[in-house]
Design a protein around this ligand. Structure first.
Ligand SMILES: NC(=O)c1ccc[n+]([C@@H]2O[C@H](COP(=O)([O-])OP(=O)(O)OC[C@H]3O[C@@H](n4cnc5c(N)ncnc54)[C@H](O)[C@@H]3O)[C@@H](O)[C@H]2O)c1
Ligand SMILES: O=C(O)C(=O)C[C@]1(C(=O)O)C=C[C@@H](O)C=C1
Length: 282
């Protein structure tokens, strides 16, 4: 926000004194409070950035202390579950705009943020039918001031999209690293020593925060199971092709996936999100 020219005051709350002290030390916040209730008093914008399973209780705690006209948003990776948990606590006169920045790393904690994290990255918003248009436009402008690209969609669609582009890939990375760890015939040192970029990326992803990702899968259950079911079917088809020596099947499949990747690069969309399947197919 500061790098984007924001001149207002940034205050923070975190559970532990250590996190609050770090946030002050590195200049993440101007002031910190030891309760969320105190931190939100008089705030124009409140950003909930806790694991999805903790969002509802936090919203309940801050609700009586929110200023009329304030906007509450969140950065949770699943949207319908956050709406279900948070929206009932939002008082009349306070705007709730659920959001999800499609940016992050495998690291957590106050030292893991950096000023360019959101530059040229999508920030997906899932406003409710009753969301105030002026509040939405104001928040959108703030996100654009920090370099984010903003898109809006409804929460169920969001949850399906991220099941494809983020949640199921994480589960696959967790599994692949678990498989490598289980395979006693290949030592861990060999895995580390010989892993090329592909597997190394899997291990990076598999180092992500366990609490955050437990909550993602518990709350985006249906969409993740849907995509995982499709993934498993494709995997079995490829497994069968390998067993039968069906080179044509493998070649055709890999040709199709290569074309998809090349299409993304040619469209200049390498770091951007696809259009989420909303463009009508011709
Ligand atoms: N890390 C990413 O790549 C990424 C990207 C986009 C969205 N998100 C979402 O952002 C949210 C926060 O993730 P993060 O990566 O910033 O995690 P983080 O660990 O850096 O921060 C989460 C904070 O929440 C606190 N917390 C945990 N339980 C709490 C509770 N019950 N009450 C109050 N505070 C509690 C933790 O102490 C921690 O300070 C999650 O909902 C996640 O889905 C993460
Ligand atoms: O690069 C990473 O570490 C991430 O996985 C970031 C990532 C993603 O899947 O793209 C992870 C979860 C979030 O909800 C948004 C972003």
């Amino acid at each position: 926000l500061r790098a984007g020219g924001f001149a207002g005051e940034i205050v923070g709350y975190a559970k532990t004194a250590e996190t609050r002290a770090t946030a002050l030390e590195i200049g993440l916040c101007d002031r910190v409070f030891d309760t969320a209730a105190k931190a939100v008093q008089g705030a124009d914008l409140v950003v909930l950035a806790v694991p999805i399973g903790a969002m509802g209780a936090l919203a309940q705690e801050i609700a009586p202390h929110l200023a009329v006209g304030a906007t509450v948003t969140d950065v949770g990776s699943v949207k319908q579950a956050v709406i279900d948990a948070v929206a009932p606590h939002i008082p009349t006169g306070v705007h709730f705009i659920p959001g999800h920045p499609m940016a992050g790393t495998e690291y957590s904690g106050p030292r893991s943020g950096f000023a360019t994290l959101f530059q040229n990255r999508w920030w997906l918003l899932t406003p409710l039918p009753e969301t105030d248009a002026a509040a939405l436009a104001r928040f959108r402008g703030l996100l654009e001031s920090i370099g984010a690209k903003v898109d809006t969609m409804d929460a169920p669609h969001h949850d399906l999209v991220v099941a494809v582009v983020s949640h199921t890939p994480h589960l696959i990375a967790y599994t692949m690293v678990g498989v490598a760890d289980d395979l006693r015939r290949v030592s861990n040192s060999e895995v580390i020593q010989y892993s090329a970029a592909g597997f190394r990326d899997f291990t990076r992803i598999a180092a992500s925060d366990p609490t955050m990702w437990r909550d993602v899968f518990l709350t985006n259950k249906d969409a993740t199971l849907d995509i995982l079911g499709r993934f498993t079917e494709e995997l079995f088809a490829l497994q069968r092709a390998i067993r039968l020596g069906d080179g044509d099947h493998l070649h055709a499949y890999f040709t199709r996936t290569r074309a998809i990747r090349r299409g993304i690069i040619e469209a200049g969309q390498d770091t951007a999100a696809p259009d989420f399947g909303r463009t009508p197919k011709t």
